[in-house]
Design a binder for this molecule. Structure first.
Ligand code: LLP
Length: 423
């Protein structure tokens, strides 16, 4: 469910015609819908209304300050994986005591900064990290609440590049080695192990891998408690998949049933780190058709967005729906086209042999489900400007990240000291 719908033949974000935004800010641009963000947060949180649950939005999915603020206003915490994300979460209004710091390679400086901020919990992923964290916290005279992320060796049955819970992945500590890690943590100064964390991957479309991982986690909590550890929280990560092509997928309520069945009776606070589920369908990327090119073998629709703006098709062969901003007539014929960007590589392809209604030069297209892992993964490849971001709320819209200027972009580099600046 999202709030990007045709009204009188024009694709709207809530009450705003996307074409109006295009006319004002140019293309390409990302547009996010507040009502969709709010709806997704509410659906997720209501599924756990009968539990002590904290939803820590995974900032990596969309780090725009206005998006973070929208979710923070609803009571969301944050899951962050870098000092930058931590700073964004705080600036977006998430209280430090609702922030979990995850990630396999936190630097010592990042750990020190997170401790100074007083984050709720740091999730530790290795013994060397545990030792570093202990030393840094003890040096500050602080005792930090930590979780230990386990690797349950579960196949998430998602794209291999976004699977994280198999033994061969870099993430977490093997479940079998966790009791030893907890014992080590309990013996170290500066840390208090209070939580077990797990995250097995992203865009999961099947609940069984979750059930397997959470069952392993629950058994471990029992074992750890028997050894005298006080486990107050379990952090169940994110990963719930969303429909990219209107397929029917497990709903948050189905996911909640699996969660409650596996860990509901542990008496622990439940922490979740959803990213995509909250923001994915709340965003679109709007782009204008530059040319329609009749190739030797195919017709190419060349748009002004490129792989640097939305990496997912190039990186994960991801499928994103594409809709014209002007609704085509009901009986419009469809024909296969490749929708491509201007970047100089073949992977700069948003859709291959997609059956679309006739598209002409100058038309505006929306690439859907682009709210998660879209703008955050953008780059300036081919020296293209980063895409602006717009947030809509009802009939209002606001630029929440402006398009930079070429001057901004050129200022980022400088000549070497020995090079002649007068040229
Ligand atoms: N927690 C941890 C520890 C994570 O590593 C992730 C995602 C999440 C939570 C949020 O997962 P979500 O609920 O969004 O599935 N760029 C890829 C996705 C990478 C996900 C990385 N970790 C994509 O575009 O598909």
């Amino acid at each position: 469910m999202n709030h990007f719908q045709y009204i009188d033949g024009a694709l709207h974000a809530e009450d705003v015609p996307l074409a109006d935004i295009a006319a004002a800010v140019g293309t390409p641009f990302y547009c996010y819908s507040t009502a969709t963000l709010e709806r997704h947060y509410k659906v997720f949180s209501e599924a756990f209304a009968d539990h002590d649950a904290l939803i820590c939005y995974a900032v990596k999915a969309n780090a725009n300050l206005a998006v973070i603020r929208t979710l923070a206003d609803l009571g969301a915490g944050a899951d962050v994986v870098s000092e930058g994300e931590l700073r964004k979460a705080l600036a977006g209004g998430v209280p430090a005591d609702r922030i979990v710091f995850s990630g396999v390679g936190k630097t010592h400086a990042e750990i020190a900064y997170a401790l100074d901020c007083g984050v709720m919990q740091l999730n530790v992923e290795s013994i060397p990290e545990l030792e570093a964290l202990s030393a840094i916290a003890a040096g500050k005279g602080i005792t930090a609440s930590i979780g230990i992320r386990i690797n349950p060796d579960v196949d998430a049955r998602t794209h291999e590049k976004i699977s994280t819970g198999k033994a061969e992945n870099k993430f977490g500590i093997a479940a079998a080695a966790a009791p030893e890690a907890f014992a080590r943590a309990a013996a170290l100064p500066g840390v208090r192990p209070v939580s077990v964390a797990v995250h097995i991957g992203s865009q999961l479309t099947d609940l069984e891998p979750f059930r397997a991982a959470f069952t392993t986690l629950a058994a471990l909590v029992g074992e750890l408690r028997a050894q005298g550890h006080e486990i107050e929280r379990v952090d169940l990560g994110g990963g719930l998949g969303i429909p990219y092509r209107e397929e029917s997928l497990p709903l948050p309520i189905d996911y909640a049933a699996v969660v409650k069945g596996a860990v509901g009776n542990l008496g622990c606070q439940l922490v979740f780190e959803p990213g995509r589920m909250l923001v994915g369908n709340a965003g679109v990327l709007v782009s204008r058709v530059i040319y329609v090119k009749e190739g030797e073998a195919k017709r190419f629709v060349i748009v002004d967005a490129a792989m640097n703006d939305l990496m997912r098709p190039a990186m994960y062969d991801a499928w994103h729906d594409i809709k014209p901003l002007n609704a085509p007539p009901q009986d419009a014929p469809v024909a296969p086209v490749d929708v491509v960007g201007p970047a100089c590589e073949t992977s700069d392809t948003f859709a291959r042999q997609r059956n679309l209604t006739p598209i002409r030069e100058g038309d505006l297209l929306a690439i859907l489900t682009a709210g998660a892992y879209g703008a955050v993964m953008a780059s300036t490849y081919n020296v293209r400007l980063l895409t602006p971001e717009i947030l809509v709320r009802g009939s209002k819209w606001s630029i929440v990240r402006a398009r930079p200027s070429y001057e901004d972009l050129l200022r980022q580099d400088s000549l070497a000291t020995w090079q002649d600046r007068s040229i």
